[in-house]
Write a protein that binds this ligand. Structure first.
Ligand code: 1HN
Length: 361
């Protein structure tokens, strides 16, 4: 890369003088300003996220998430969620970049009311057996390690039909993006609850077998008709792929959850991956535009993100801000480690903003 310096010709390099400062004051009085006073800041040489790398330990968060069960009724909170807030993104309730994430807890027998909104949501189940969700009339049952989506504009509600244990699942939403674009809408369901169609997990039965069904209505919406990806077949797919090689040098054995009709991302604003690191496998560092939230689905390891070393184990969540160098290592020499992650790559790609670079030592 060539030397890039804000004092060079081609960058704004005007020094303040009393005369200029008076001029800036006159412009400000008219709700105007001189571009050259901010040009270098608003056009950085490369991305300058305010988000910082963060690791949230499940063992720290879990007791506080459980505490919320007694502190607030689900019906009063709307959703009983402990959100993960990046210190650099408190103003927009983002975990990283324009992505939101949080841990939602539902007690045995609880059910939440239905709503829909402009934001898209996804779920990754951490613990508990009884979780269900209804997405536009389709009831899905989800358990630990399962991934499910609630595309933008779909009615959704959920609950826990288990008898003993609370369910804790992780929500991922593009709310900060939707709000940054001033495009948010929200509606409570007119009947408060949906009437679910009789077949549970119908989209998994229809599209989950890796063959394209005939005789079903042609799918034309901009998101995946498959709404849930159970843990077992997803993990098995990774293990099968791992038998063929070590995968990507930067990510190990990695697969994207995809829209089975298009092969594209599951939703237009957010994509998701599941990746496996072989025993002892260490990846090379790379960086790319786009933000990522990682959740440890299995095993233990370490990731270095923007120079910070995060040791992780099952349930932990960490983030990679845009353009931050990152690399991962499985610290177990005899078992694999698995990371679930979601990202805003579909936005980056569709706007032509995606860039990627490998670290050369
Ligand atoms: C939402 O609708 C859910 O439906 C969870 O479970 C978390 C965070 C912000 C805005 C909407 C849900 C949310 C949310």
């Amino acid at each position: 890369m060539t030397t890039q310096d804000d004092s060079m010709l081609g960058r704004a390099r005007v020094s303040d003088t009393p005369e200029l400062e008076a001029y800036y004051g006159e412009l400000a009085g008219l709700e105007a300003g001189a571009l050259w006073t901010v040009a270098n800041k608003i056009e950085p040489w490369y991305p300058q996220p305010t988000s910082v790398p963060v690791l949230w330990r499940y063992s720290d968060l879990r007791p506080l998430v459980r505490k919320a069960l007694d502190l607030v009724k689900a019906d009063d909170a709307g959703r009983r969620v402990v959100m993960l807030v990046n210190p650099g993104r408190r103003d927009v309730s983002a975990a990283v970049g324009l992505l939101y994430t949080g841990l939602q807890i539902m007690g045995p027998g609880e059910a939440m009311t239905a709503h829909r909104h402009q934001a898209a949501a996804l779920r990754f189940v951490h613990e508990g057996q009884g979780a269900w969700t209804i997405v536009d009339g389709e009831k899905l049952r989800v358990g630990p390690g399962d991934f499910a989506i609630t595309p933008n504009g779909t009615w959704h509600e959920h609950g826990n039909e288990g008898e003993d244990e609370p369910v804790i699942w992780q929500d991922g939403l593009d709310i900060p993006l939707v709000n940054a674009l001033d495009a948010g809408f929200y509606e409570v369901h007119p009947e408060l609850y949906q009437r679910a169609r009789p077949v549970v997990n119908a989209s998994v039965l229809t599209y989950g077998g890796n063959l394209l069904p005939y005789g079903v209505e042609k799918w034309t919406r901009p998101y995946s008709p498959l709404l849930a990806w159970p843990w077992e077949p997803s993990y098995q797919a990774l293990r099968d792929l791992a038998r063929t090689g070590e995968g990507s040098p930067y990510d190990g054995v990695i697969m994207e959850y995809t829209n089975p009709v298009t092969g594209g991302s599951v939703m237009p604003t957010m994509g998701a991956h599941l990746q496996l690191l072989l025993p002892g496998q260490a990846t090379k560092a790379h960086r790319h535009t786009g933000s990522v939230v990682y959740t440890v689905a299995k095993g233990r390891g370490v990731s270095v993100v923007g120079g910070q070393r995060f040791e992780w184990s099952k349930g932990d969540i960490f983030c990679v801000p845009s353009w931050a160098w990152h690399e991962h290592e499985n610290l177990d020499q005899s078992d694999d480690a698995v990371l679930f992650s979601f990202n805003d790559f579909p936005v980056m790609r569709s706007l032509g903003f995606y860039r990627e670079e490998e670290k050369c030592d």
